[in-house]
Design a protein around this ligand. Structure first.
Ligand code: IPE
Ligand code: IPE
Ligand code: MG
Length: 244
């Protein structure tokens, strides 16, 4: 993939391509329930519309040349929700995984799941494994964080290192043992629906990420929202603790 050094804009100021300094955008897709509430519909309806927003965002990120996209679909804490809601989210994931696979060719997508998949249904695990195997050679990556928690991820990473016989570890060891081992850290983390917290998302990887919060509820989110987030990103000065 050809990455320009700097972002490209059209004559009327619309974002065409991101620059090489924005490789990875992560999204905390929040607000599905509130959106459904506002419509006077059950929360499950919000998740259905939220899945459509996920599709729009993945496509648009492809159009503007973002190499890695990570979406927070279900946290390790989301099991606390009513069973019917959890089941709806899982079945939507299954359905959208099929749709995503149809687009994987066009968008040159590598589909990966991050999180602990052991408690998922056998059917979903099989689908996940198949999607990962069929797309592993592609150049753009979509990470779907499912039963993901940053703390659980770090514990799993440390346990992996212990099993490998390590008695002392480095930052590089931990980074390399996380679910995201093959991805650069997110440059930008976007959260919709007004909440300004991480909710256990990418705790290690987000150490120097830029944050963008919007009140827009996830089902209403799309290309304009991503463009606004990217434009905000390009107004920031990333110092990584140094001086510029
Ligand atoms: C995000 O929307 C989707 C998941 C957490 C699975 P929510 O379901 O959290 O929506 P709100 O925050 O209740 O509005
Ligand atoms: C974070 O949203 C998890 C996902 C978007 C999947 P939540 O809605 O679960 O977060 P809290 O409970 O408001 O912190
Ligand atoms: Mg929420």
């Amino acid at each position: 993939m050809d990455l320009n050094e700097t972002p490209q804009y059209s004559a009327d100021g619309r974002l065409l391509r991101v620059g090489a300094d924005l490789q990875h955008i992560a999204f905390i897709m929040d607000g599905n329930g509130r959106w459904a509430n506002l419509m006077g519909k059950p929360r499950e309806f919000g998740h259905t519309e939220g899945a459509k927003a996920f599709e729009r965002v993945v496509e648009y990120c492809g159009d503007i040349g973002v190499k890695y996209v990570t979406v927070y679909a279900f946290s390790t804490e989301n099991w606390k929700r009513p069973r019917a809601e959890v089941e709806k989210i899982m079945s939507l994931l299954e359905m959208y995984l099929d749709k995503l696979m149809e687009k994987a060719d066009k968008y040159d997508l590598r589909v990966r799941f991050i999180g602990d998949r052991t408690p998922l249904s056998e059917k979903l695990i099989k689908k996940i494994e198949k999607a990962e195997a069929l797309t592993f050679y592609r150049t753009r990556t979509v990470n779907i964080a499912l039963n993901y928690g940053g703390r659980a991820e770090m514990c799993a990473a440390v346990n992996k290192l212990i099993r490998e016989g390590k008695t002392e570890i480095t930052e590089k060891d931990i980074s390399g043992a996380l679910y995201t081992a093959e991805c650069p850290d997110p440059d930008l983390i976007v959260r919709t629906a007004g909440e300004q917290r991480l909710s256990n998302f990418l705790l290690w990887q987000g150490a120097y990420s830029e944050f963008y919060f919007t009140d827009t509820l996830w089902p209403d989110f799309g290309p304009e929202g991503v463009e606004a987030a990217v434009n905000a990103y390009y107004k920031r000065t990333r110092r990584f603790g140094g001086l510029v």
